[in-house]
Design a protein around this ligand. Structure first.
Ligand code: SF4
Length: 276
């Protein structure tokens, strides 16, 4: 049996050529890689956000709104107080009156409150991490669409593109990707090889050839920033991953392996029920 060497992982053996175009979003690729069952559950109920997904949605909405205002020079709206106001508006008011009045269990109440506190901590961190000076926000939550391998279109968003002035006066374009959660799997490896960041960097290079830039992953909950310049090897890893997910989806290959990751899965309860 031929042993697969680690470097083989980075080699695109044969590009898949499909007879029709397929479009897939980078978030779907990541979900499928995390667990094919999680991908399936999300697709089955696209409008039912669980508390973890809702938190992700609302905290990003807060961050994007703030960045939009910063981009449009709305000085009044670029304060920490305004960020707190936005967070209160999106998180507290995202609960219906019924949610507020008849919260079914203390556990759920605690989870809501825990997320509220995480949100406050995150926006305070975000406020410090993003700063105000020496920068020009170019784009916020800007969609991209790129043919990553023949007939496969990868979609995603540039969460924030800004031009930042360094201390020596030079300027650099920064591509920022936000991480809003944290768990035991947040190793340096997971953060610095964040597939969403690699995909954004790949799309940026395809769309803006020759522009020098820097990729940044900011975890606004843990207040950690990772700088990484991705290269061909990283892009090949991305292409291979996208290709593998598409082949798996087309051929109904679902390698589901319940394990420690289930502890952090927002579909755990549903999954346990379905597996019984
Ligand atoms: S609980 Fe585990 S097996 Fe089920 S969807 Fe989540 S990660 Fe997959």
């Amino acid at each position: 049996m031929e042993i697969c060497k680690p470097d083989d992982l980075y080699i695109i053996s044969e590009p898949i050529v499909l007879d029709h175009k397929i479009t897939i979003d980078i978030k779907d690729v990541i979900d499928f890689c995390f667990c094919p069952l999680l991908y399936k559950y999300k697709k089955e109920t696209p409008n039912e956000l669980n508390i973890r997904e809702l938190y992700d949605h609302e905290i990003r909405k807060t961050v994007y709104q703030f960045l939009f205002d910063l981009q449009n020079d709305k000085e009044m709206n670029s304060s920490l107080e305004f960020l707190k106001y936005l967070w209160g508006k999106y998180w507290i008011r995202s609960k219906t009156k019924k949610d507020l009045l008849i919260t079914p269990s203390a556990y759920k109440r605690d989870t809501w409150d825990n997320k509220r506190q995480n949100g406050i901590k995150s926006i305070i961190n975000f406020d410090e991490m993003i700063g105000r000076d020496s920068q020009f926000i170019i784009a916020v939550k800007h969609k991209y669409e790129i043919e990553i391998i023949p007939n496969v279109v990868l979609t995603g968003v540039f969460e924030c593109i800004r031009e930042k002035q360094n201390e020596d006066g030079t300027k650099i374009i920064q591509l920022i990707n936000f991480v809003v959660d944290s768990n035991v799997y947040d190793t340096v490896m997971a953060q610095s090889y964040n597939l969403e960041s690699i995909a954004a960097a790949f799309a940026f290079e395809q769309l803006f050839d020759q522009v020098e830039y820097q990729s940044i992953t900011m975890n606004i909950l843990t207040k950690k920033t990772y700088f990484k310049n991705f290269n061909e090897k990283d892009f090949n890893l991305l292409k291979d991953t996208v290709k593998s997910v598409i082949i798996s989806l087309q051929n109904n290959i679902n390698c589901t392996a319940p394990g420690q990751k289930c502890f952090h899965c927002s579909y755990r309860k549903k999954c346990e029920k379905n597996m019984k």
